[in-house]
Design a protein around this ligand. Structure first.
Ligand code: SAM
Length: 334
């Protein structure tokens, strides 16, 4: 039996978030500029390489795999990757296979995802207003996403809505979104917006709505009780007495829970980031392409995990560039 991945601070690495593409069919103003240039195809891991690499992590004890992007469901043939990962669910090695999506392709894929063993899906949705939705996503249509969410429900997938809190944009929808999620039976998590540098849209700092303030607004109408779910990752949760809902808050730039961090993040080019808040990464594509021997890949993964830092701290005053986003998103369900 292979020894599990343990980092220098005795944390077992059980959670891998893998980005399968840098492309997206939306251009959310806080995430991408309208004219993005994407990576050349040769730089991307093929679906077979993603399978090999993720399987190596599973062999080393990763039990939870979250697939993300870009938009994971726009990657051609992506269902074959989910199908491949389903074998690790069947064997019991993997406990959860899940994804974070903008929902645009869910109407098409929800049933097949469920068939692959996916039980839960995070859908990003910032507004229930079609005009605002079009403005935020630039290229998206609200109907399509709502249809996708409905299809996910029909397929038996549990839906968690991730909403980026945007001052002056969806501030007035706080209760509409909360009520809608309660009615539909969706979990709901708010994400604090991160400054991303100039993406050609509105100034992020103008839209910064601290979750502290959002929470205080919620508390004006609801009775909120803190839940102590520290193992659940970077979100903090409250229970809403009036609706029975659980609401999460993610402040991506804070360094909550580093001490129990069991996560690493793999980009679509095979770079492994051991901590979202630090630049250090390991290139796993080179060993993967250099050798057909999985032992070589596993050794590279172990060497990387041996460099996982204790934690991180962010400097809010520093504007960060878009290229760094994918890493930060590991705290946001992205
Ligand atoms: N396309 C998928 C989706 O929409 O969920 C997965 C990738 S997306 C980058 C993951 C999450 O990151 C989404 O919930 C998105 O709203 C969030 N996100 C992107 N840019 C952000 C920013 N500047 N601040 C906070 N959250 C952001």
């Amino acid at each position: 039996m292979t020894a599990p991945l343990i980092d220098p601070f005795a944390r077992a690495i059980r959670y891998l978030r893998v980005s399968v593409t840098d492309r997206c069919d939306f251009r959310c103003v806080y995430c991408m500029s309208e004219n993005m240039s994407f990576l050349p195809k040769a730089d991307l891991l093929t679906l077979e390489e993603l399978d090999r690499l993720c399987s190596a992590f599973v062999a080393l004890g990763v039990q939870k795999l979250r697939v993300t992007g870009g938009e994971p469901l726009v990657r051609r043939g992506i269902l074959s990757f989910f199908r491949a990962m389903a074998r690790h669910l069947d064997s019991g090695a993997l406990q959860e296979l899940t994804l974070t999506t903008n929902g645009s392709q869910l109407a098409r894929y929800a049933a097949e995802l469920a068939d692959c063993g996916v039980r839960r899906v995070n859908v990003s949705l910032d507004t229930l207003d079609p005009t605002k939705f079009a403005a935020i996503t630039r290229w998206g249509r609200l109907d399509q996403v709502l249809d996708g969410i409905a299809a996910a429900q029909v397929a038996g997938l549990r839906v968690k809505i991730n909403t980026v809190a945007l001052k002056g944009v969806n501030e007035d929808e706080l209760f509409a979104l909360t009520d809608w999620c309660a009615r539909e039976g969706h979990d709901l998590t708010f994400i604090e917006v991160m400054p991303m540098g100039d993406l050609g849209g509105p100034d992020r700092l103008d839209q910064y709505w601290p979750l502290r303030d959002l929470r205080a607004r919620l508390a004006e109408r609801f009775t909120l009780t803190d839940l102590d779910e520290r193992s659940a990752g970077p979100a903090r949760y409250v229970q809403v007495a009036e609706t029975g809902q659980k609401i999460g808050f993610i402040t991506p730039l804070s360094h909550n829970f580093c001490e129990s961090c069991n996560r690493v993040r793999l980009t679509c080019t095979g770079e492994l980031y051991m901590c979202l808040g630090q630049e250090d990464m390991a290139d796993l594509r080179a060993p993967l392409r250099a050798s057909a021997d999985d032992a070589v890949v596993q050794a590279a993964i172990r060497a990387a995990i041996a460099r996982k830092p204790k934690g991180h701290d962010f400097d809010y005053s520093r504007q960060r560039v878009a290229g760094q986003m994918t890493r930060h998103m590991s705290h946001t369900g992205g």
